[in-house]
Design a protein around this ligand. Structure first.
Ligand SMILES: Cc1cc2nc3c(=O)[nH]c(=O)nc-3n(C[C@H](O)[C@H](O)[C@H](O)COP(=O)(O)OP(=O)(O)OC[C@H]3O[C@@H](n4cnc5c(N)ncnc54)[C@H](O)[C@@H]3O)c2cc1C
Length: 369
């Protein structure tokens, strides 16, 4: 799969990196980039060849997302939401549903988003989901609303979680399509970073769906979320490592050129120590991710080591990006350089693709179980 990674790296240099700053400023995802991502295989990394996909293993998926994340966090974010929707369809979609949706999603003719789970009542606890799916004859009818959903209004296909029964709360995953009657999209949130992707609400009012729109079992939503979530966790960790390594490379080059008090910054022991420590932290976070990907084999859902790797990679990246920005002095705080954009973008990866505090809490509980 090294060929795929090399091809993605070239594509990123030619067609993603040159537009990253403009995407951040305008908040517009480049016209025509989604089909180009499809042509490059990036939208089918997790899909089998039968649907036009690349069948990349998780390590290759991570390396491709990292290459994209180095240049443009928004594009990496889009890839994660899309890939999780592809995974959810593969894991729980019927043959008919897969045949109908996957070829278009993989080719970039349509864009997917998963999961649409968060609601006004909270995103960190799926059991609090209030959006209701009730049976009506052979159909399901959905009412409720989602908030802070990536690609809201931009994606064509949403994997959306709704309450199918209670008590105890049963959650199911449904395929909701942009043109479905009873679906509308709320205002776009104004966010600190990842400006290239719209994030906003989805309202469901008497949204009638054929039974084939239920993915898997009506109480199997958390299973689908967990199984598809491995790509979200690996992808978020990889994107963050990409952002951090780009920051570190830029800072390393800058300190060699920047002369302060008659000497290059790079000659200062304090600067050398900072850069050295960051390289060590980055390597350690990367090592955790490599190990966690190995651990996935034999697990039904993501192993705890992947939770630990995601939170470590994203938090390490936040620290590195912050310290690298400082090495640029005032220029690092200016919008002329990518340092401040990285700072704004990288933080989002600690909040979503599984909230870091929730991951930490899960590991804490498991460690005394
Ligand atoms: C840019 C962006 C894009 C997003 N895209 C999507 C999307 O596509 N789909 C989607 O469903 N959601 C999405 N989200 C929402 C995200 O998943 C939620 O913000 C996140 O799950 C936290 O939920 P909340 O914001 O409702 O915070 P709350 O649930 O109110 O929690 C607030 C904070 O409390 C802390 N906390 C919560 N639970 C625990 C615990 N058990 N132990 C310790 N601390 C805890 C955490 O620090 C948490 O951030 C997105 C968010 C952002 C910022």
């Amino acid at each position: 799969m090294q060929e795929m990674i090399d091809s993605v790296t070239r594509f990123v240099a030619g067609e993603i990196a040159p537009h990253a700053a403009a995407v951040d400023r305008s908040g517009q995802f480049p016209e025509g980039l989604v089909p180009r991502l499809g042509e490059q295989g990036l939208l089918g990394l997790a899909a089998p060849a039968a649907f036009g996909g690349v069948e990349a293993d998780l390590a290759t998926f991570g390396a491709c997302v990292e290459a994209v994340g180095r240049a443009c966090a928004s594009t990496a974010w889009l890839l994660l939401a899309h890939t999780m929707s592809v995974r959810a369809l593969l894991i729980a979609g019927s043959d008919e549903t897969r045949q109908r949706l996957l070829p278009d999603l993989v080719a970039g003719r349509r864009l997917g988003c998963a999961m649409a789970a968060t609601e006004a009542g909270g995103g960190s606890n799926p059991l609090g989901i209030r959006t209701r799916a009730r049976r009506d004859g052979k159909d399901w009818v959905l009412d409720g609303g989602k908030e802070f959903i990536s690609l809201s209004g931009m994606a064509d296909v949403y994997v959306l979680m709704a309450r199918t029964g209670e008590p105890p709360p049963a959650l199911g995953c449904f395929i909701v399509e942009k043109g479905d009657a009873g679906v509308s999209f709320g205002r776009r949130e104004e966010l600190l970073g990842v400006h290239g992707v719209p994030v906003g609400g989805i309202a469901l009012s008497g949204c009638r769906l054929e039974s084939s729109r239920l993915l898997g079992d009506e109480a199997g939503g958390l299973m689908v979320m967990g199984a598809a979530g491995a790509h979200g966790l690996v992808g978020a960790a990889s994107a963050a490592l990409g952002i951090a390594s780009a920051a570190l490379d830029d800072a390393g080059a800058h300190v060699k050129e920047r002369v302060v008090a008659g000497a290059a910054l790079a000659s200062q022991p304090g600067v050398q120590a900072a850069l050295g420590d960051m390289r060590i932290e980055l390597a350690a976070a990367r090592g955790m991710l490599v190990q966690a990907i190995r651990d996935i084999a034999g697990h039904k859902g993501p192993p705890l080591s992947l939770f630990a790797a995601k939170l470590t990679a994203t938090e390490t990246a936040v620290r590195i990006v912050d310290r690298c920005m400082a090495l640029f002095g005032a220029a690092g705080y200016s919008r002329e350089l990518p340092a401040e954009r990285r700072m704004r973008d990288v933080r989002a990866f600690t909040i979503h693709w599984a909230n870091n505090e929730v991951l930490r809490d899960t590991i804490r509980k498991a460690s005394v179980a």
